[in-house]
Design a protein around this ligand. Structure first.
Ligand code: 13P
Ligand code: SF4
Length: 300
């Protein structure tokens, strides 16, 4: 009897499919993927894959971004109900109303937004390029940053730029308090400690570095240190360990976990390849308008 992984491999080859997975999905799903990465890396992979089918293992805004960038591919999301609580905090109609009330403001959306929300904004960014994107906007311009108030505040602190902040947040990263950082430092005084920039500014201030998930993987690869405290969703620890078997990784306590990222199981990947279900479809006008801010980001 073939295992699930073998069945997935056979179907993937037959259908010309590639499997993309975010750094937070479960280890078993990461191990099935052709490419595992952060939001920016996955967007670029999706754009360049030129695959007949992309199976996107992550949350729904990521699968939508893959569809925006690969309109000719069939993009399958194995569990369409796997969403992002922060993305749901910025509704397209509320952004459109803000634009009407503030016509001169440049609206920057973190990629953690629905395609409908992206269709209402000027520019996108991810946690890996947020500073660069904000610095690319001429000084003195009024900026609205959405939906993540923490990422927005952290970018304001590092760039010195002023922005209006939308009141959204990631429930997982917003829950990582400075108390968790000091407890981890006490337990592992030699370890380098990094957090995700979706964390509270006071948490970022207490860490050694704030990095995207891809940035964390690079920083560990390039560091001489042997021990690391990982201030983000614990799914990334699988890849950190796999790629750095000589280094030790400590999660924060209580363990930061994104339930939606963990909804995708190997059985779901197999099912969607078997039935072609979970296809991401977007209205033509959303495809056109939402792609613009993503393209502008990738062109920077
Ligand atoms: P990255 O782009 O750093 O992978 O982050 C995505 C995310 O959803 C963090 O919560
Ligand atoms: Fe969304 Fe937070 Fe989960 Fe990332 S960790 S997908 S921002 S809810």
């Amino acid at each position: 009897m073939d295992t699930i992984a073998e069945k997935i491999r056979a179907l993937k080859e037959k259908q010309g499919a590639v499997i993309l997975a975010h750094n937070y999905v479960s280890p078993e799903v990461q191990d099935l993927a052709d490419f595992v990465g952060d939001s920016l890396e996955l967007s670029i992979k999706a754009r360049d894959a030129k695959a007949k089918t992309i199976v996107f293992c992550g949350v729904s805004f990521m699968a939508e971004t893959a569809k925006l960038l690969s309109p000719d591919s069939k993009v399958l999301h194995p569990v369409p109900g796997a969403g992002c609580a922060m993305a749901d905090m910025a509704k397209a109609e509320d952004i459109a109303a803000y634009r009407k009330a503030h016509p001169g403001t440049v609206i920057v959306a973190y990629v953690n937004t629905t395609a409908a929300a992206k269709a209402e904004v000027d520019l996108c960014c991810t946690s890996a390029n947020a500073e660069k994107v904000i610095r690319s906007i001429p000084a003195g311009t009024e900026i609205l940053f959405l939906p993540d108030r923490n990422l927005g505040q952290n970018v304001m602190n590092s760039t010195g730029r002023k922005m209006e902040l939308w009141p959204g947040f990631c429930p997982v990263h917003n829950g990582i308090g400075p108390d968790m950082i000091s407890a981890a430092r006490k337990a592992h005084p030699e370890a380098v400690l990094f957090v995700h920039p979706e964390c509270l500014p006071e948490t970022v201030a207490a860490a050694d570095m704030a990095l995207s998930t891809g940035g964390m993987l690079r920083a560990v690869r390039e560091s001489e240190a042997k021990e690391f405290i990982v201030g983000t969703e614990y799914g990334i620890i699988h890849r950190l360990k796999k790629e750095n078997p000589d280094k030790v990784f400590y999660p924060l306590q209580p363990l930061p976990a994104c339930g939606d990222m963990k909804k995708i199981r190997p059985e779901d990947v197999l099912r969607c390849l078997e039935c072609g279900c979970g296809e991401v479809t977007l209205p033509a006008d959303i495809m056109k308008r939402a792609r613009l801010p993503v393209d502008r980001m990738l062109a920077l």
